[in-house]
Ligand binder design. Structure first.
Ligand SMILES: [Zn+2]
Length: 358
């Protein structure tokens, strides 16, 4: 059997740079000792994908009055679109004009934010956060209906029990990616009586079970979690405790948000943990709330002789800032291009998060 192990190791080495779904045939001049041809399936398939998330999309006044958000993302569109699967935390739910648009404290956003996020590379919205019930259960249902209009997948809040039980698993370059989302709370706004399924809360036992179930079905489990203390530049003890629980249950990537500012990145075993990825698009007034970015992780899938191996490669963080265009409209720009509009630079982000842009 030893030669089989050696052969597989050679083939794994050879396939380090092969592209999606490429099949590597046995090396022509490799002498496989004494073996009956056809007895061993040594075909190897390899895929690579980038999985990313941007932080809070929070349409304060005057953002919710904009008729078109494409100019807001124009400067980072290419970067957003370059991520194979990109999540966003849609903190202000897009219930649409019928409910009356509003900013803080009870948000309700126009539905075309969904259209424009999709157009700029967002593949799924995480909608479990402390504002999910701002417009009651009826508002959530309208927001979900609007996401369906634009064929935008969502996770973390649901229209029915059946919807909440439907696993969010998407195929990204041949990799089955499972996505879960939770929030610590709902600002005291209750879910309708008997409809606890409408929002996923950070209930420890439930999350552990959800992750274990997802691991049985997907190659990779990504958890989007709304947690921590607002404006705190360091993760809280509660965040750290929950991160350990999520990692122990088998989460591969944890994307955290809610503090509105950047917090550190860490690894717990093989689990990549972004404690807080900040605001991506908002009109908050404090300097550090204008800094956000795109968190991403490379994922590799190798299938050798029928066995699947998933590995996650380097994590990175591409810093962005909320700035103003010449008409004073709020836009997202690469931090490197923000200039004097913000008091933070890439070196600060690199120290704060602990990751570089590449
Ligand atoms: Zn929040």
């Amino acid at each position: 059997m030893r030669w089989m192990v050696v052969l597989l190791m050679i083939l794994i080495g050879l396939c380090a740079g092969c592209s999606e779904q490429e099949v590597i045939e046995p090396v022509a001049n490799f002498e496989p000792l004494k073996c009956k041809p056809g007895k061993l399936d040594i075909k190897m398939h390899s895929s690579v994908a980038t999985i990313g998330m941007v932080g809070d999309i929070l349409l304060h006044n005057p953002l919710y009055t904009y008729a078109d958000f494409n100019p807001s993302f124009a400067a980072v569109k290419d970067k957003m679109r370059s991520i194979d699967f990109l999540l966003a935390n849609q903190e202000s739910l897009p219930g649409g004009v019928e409910l009356g648009l509003s900013g803080y404290p009870l948000f309700n956003s126009p539905k075309h934010i969904i259209r424009d996020l999709k157009n700029n590379g967002v593949d799924m919205l995480s909608i479990a956060n402390n504002h999910t019930m701002d417009q009651t259960g009826a508002g959530l249902l309208r927001a979900i209906a609007n996401m369906k209009v634009y064929n935008m997948p969502y996770v973390g809040a649901y229209e029915s029990e059946k919807d909440s039980e439907t696993k969010r698993i998407v195929e990204v370059n041949g990799i089955q990616v499972g996505i879960l989302a939770y929030t610590y709370g709902l600002n005291g706004m209750p879910t309708p009586a008997g409809k606890d399924y409408m929002v996923s809360l950070t209930d420890k036992q439930r999350i552990e079970q959800d992750i274990q179930d997802m691991n049985m079905l997907a190659d990779l489990t990504v958890v989007s979690v709304h947690w921590g203390n607002e404006y705190a530049l360091q993760p809280s003890e509660k965040q750290k405790e929950l991160a350990i629980i999520l990692a122990s249950a088998g989460a591969d990537i944890i994307f955290g948000h809610h503090p509105h500012v950047l917090q550190s990145y860490t690894e717990i075993g093989k689990t990549k943990v972004f404690y807080s990825i900040g605001n991506f698009y908002s009109a908050q007034q404090f300097d550090s709330t204008n800094i956000g970015g795109i968190a991403q992780v490379q994922v590799f899938k190798n299938v050798v002789a029928g066995r699947t191996q998933i590995t996650t490669g380097p994590a990175s963080f591409y810093p962005t800032a909320v700035s103003r265009d010449k008409n004073r409209k709020f836009i997202v720009v690469p931090l490197s291009e923000a200039g004097s509009a913000v008091n933070f630079n890439e070196a600060w982000v690199e120290r704060q998060v602990g990751l570089s842009a590449n």
